[in-house]
Design a protein around this ligand. Sequence first.
Ligand SMILES: Cc1cc2nc3c(=O)[nH]c(=O)nc-3n(C[C@H](O)[C@H](O)[C@H](O)COP(=O)(O)OP(=O)(O)OC[C@H]3O[C@@H](n4cnc5c(N)ncnc54)[C@H](O)[C@@H]3O)c2cc1C
Length: 353
Amino acid sequence: MKNLVILGGGYGGIKVLLGLLGQGVPDDVKITLIDKNPYHSLKTEFYTIAAGTVAEKDVRVDFPDDGRIKYMFATVSEVDVEHQKISFKDKSDIISYDYLIVGLGCEDNYHNVEGAKEFTESVQAFSKARKTGVAVGNLPAYGKVTIVGAGLSGIEVASEIRESREDLNIRLLDRGGSVLKAFDPRIQAHVADWFLKNDVEVLHHANVEYVEKDGVCNNGVCYVNDVTIWTAGVQPHYLARSLPFKKDEQNKLVVNEFFQIPEQSNIYVIGDCASSEFSPSAQLAGMQGEQVADVLCAILRGKEPKKPKPIKLKGTLGSLGKSDGFGNMMAQPFTGLLPRLAKSGVLWLSKRH
Ligand SMILES: Cc1cc2nc3c(=O)[nH]c(=O)nc-3n(C[C@H](O)[C@H](O)[C@H](O)COP(=O)(O)OP(=O)(O)OC[C@H]3O[C@@H](n4cnc5c(N)ncnc54)[C@H](O)[C@@H]3O)c2cc1C
């Protein structure tokens, strides 16, 4: 038997799994999917968990129930690429692999800002978003929340918390001169206007010097604060960063056109862990996962894999609470209810695998 192990059942890992099952798995291949959670997490919705607007069960999906898959729900602690073995925290089992897919996602990048790791909340893992939701939910009336970082996740977190709690004082620290710097100026203006109308204070040209238990110091001014949420950057999962292979300047693993590590072609890397010309996203991870499934299906049958086609992303959608949003669709900027409905539609589809 050949052991094919998928590390991480997120947006990339689940697509590899579904692609393999859909195309048929040769009888001599055993698939094991490893995830620390016994469900597929809809990470793009973690802002709702952080704001307490949605039940947890609405942000997770059962993994497929299929006799051809073995699941292992445990936290991976080491990937030994020399002996091709995976070990776990709090579990003595060791899993061997012949083919490995690394889809462990990402974690916060604190950019060496003092106190940021210790004193900020996060939305980069289910457990962390849950903890953020508890911290925000437990705030007394008129409590103060600061969100550091005004990219897509920071915008969604800030607006969802506003919709959840009208009483809170919410401040968003934006490194640039306008929010969502990668988006069209019309979208930037719409989002800025939403924050103005909904009483979310936005500070531009932010430069957070340090974070304390009860405050954030930015450009020489310290703001007293109850909860600070970090959305100011991500980096690949620490296990991916620890692998002894070439990385790009963002510490993502460099892969070839088949998403393989060039020096060990039985290891595939997808999603937030893999070097790419595109910014990390669920959409990118999913498309890479589908392509890796195609490549593996050929290789497992002893055939030459076809070179994957260039990836074409469909655009990005973001929410401003439950009835407003923004996004690029077919290279056009959209704002208001339409992109918000489109985002709900995408979520509906992803819940149905
Ligand atoms: C608030 C927010 C909003 C976002 N909105 C969008 C959006 O609108 N559109 C978009 O395209 N992208 C969005 N993203 C980004 C997107 O969620 C990620 O790029 C995407 O999830 C990456 O997919 P992945 O498969 O690489 O990793 P993930 O989907 O993160 O999956 C990683 C998996 O690995 C598991 N795992 C991690 N560590 C271990 C371990 N040690 N042992 C075992 N299992 C482990 C996790 O449980 C998880 O299931 C958003 C992100 C956030 C935080």
